[in-house]
Unconditional design. Structure first.
Lengths: 240, 83
């Protein structure tokens, strides 16, 4: 599979994401500079973490108007998978590809630590290989990861199964203490209604090798790769 | 043509959004003796210089800019004047 990892000025997890897809999972991938306007030949887009455009105005607010984001809108509308990690999640919300917004952590502190995640829905390209009940241990590193949406949007997210991951404690309970940033409903990651666009604040790409302290992030990439491979098998059959 | 006209824009967090910065400023105010102040809301102020004096024409454009870029309607309200 061929991954496109977007690169904005002040992206800083682009190399980590590329390292994961290429060196850990053995797939192809390339950086896609924000001034490019085509995603031809790309099977999945990763919008990596960082501080695009210095977080000026609001996190992700400027990046969403970069030329490449027009191509991402089209790519997403075609049903192809887009994964936003940390700043990537913020950009997807600003772009209107995901509902809600990410605001300043309730503590006002930048939180950099490992958290526990519970997968709420395995029905997505990003979570289909995560065993039921498996609690993932994945790092976070953000100052503005407090997920907010109005009540009707939040109801809709629950009803449609669009909440993919919640912050939990080691036993899997979504408590206030296990919520590192004040997110509504302990939300760590969501997907769109069509389920092909997802964003999460934690960094699965930094949890793919034991030397980094956790390999749980692999399950998210395993899910995406399995989904892409399944799709590639089905598509030629449909064309025949 | 140049003019001294400016758009003056104020962006504030929506009431439903928790504003920890405002709460922190409120408690700091109390610490320095301003007991009894109500909720504080920390927002942003922006000025945009407008190169010509067509206030009505700019009003529509600035409103659009506020909606699309300068504020995020999910979490923020905005108001502006042109003068």
């Amino acid at each position: 599979m061929n991954f496109g990892v977007l690169q904005f000025p002040a992206s800083n997890c682009d190399q980590d994401a590329l390292h994961a897809v290429r060196d850990v999972f053995g797939h192809q991938g390339r950086l896609v500079w924000h001034k490019e306007d085509s995603l031809a030949g790309i099977d999945a887009v990763i919008i990596p973490g960082g501080f695009s455009y210095g977080d000026y105005l609001r996190t992700g607010a400027i990046a969403r108007f970069s030329p490449i984001m027009g191509a991402v809108q089209k790519f997403a509308a075609e049903g192809k998978p887009v994964l936003g990690i940390c700043n990537g999640f913020q950009i997807l919300c600003e772009a209107g590809l995901l509902p809600g917004a990410l605001v300043r952590n309730r503590s006002l502190q930048f939180r950099c630590e490992h958290v526990f995640l519970k997968t709420i829905s395995a029905n997505s390209p990003f979570s289909n290989r995560i065993p039921e009940g498996k609690i993932l241990r994945v790092p976070i590193a953000h100052g503005e990861g407090c997920y907010f949406a109005d009540d009707s949007t939040l109801d809709r997210l629950w009803k449609n199964g669009q909440i993919l991951w919640q912050y939990v404690n080691a036993r899997g309970d979504a408590t206030e203490e296990s919520n590192p940033n004040g997110s509504l409903s302990n939300i760590a990651g969501i997907c769109n209604e069509a389920r092909n666009v997802a964003g999460l604040m934690p960094h699965p790409e930094r949890a793919c090798e034991s030397i980094l302290g956790s390999e749980d992030g692999r399950l998210i990439f395993d899910s995406l790769i399995a989904w892409l491979e399944e799709k590639a098998r089905v598509r030629p059959a449909q064309a025949a | 043509m140049s003019s001294d006209m400016k758009a003056k824009i104020i962006v504030t967090p929506k009431k439903a959004v928790v504003d920890p910065q405002g709460k922190t400023v409120q408690s700091a105010l109390e610490h320095i003796g301003f007991q009894g102040v109500g909720a504080v809301h920390v927002g942003k102020y922006m000025e945009i210089e407008l190169p010509d004096g067509d206030a009505e024409g700019w009003r529509k454009k600035i409103d659009d800019a506020c909606h699309r870029l300068l504020s995020n309607p999910v979490i923020e309200d905005y108001q502006f004047k042109i003068e």
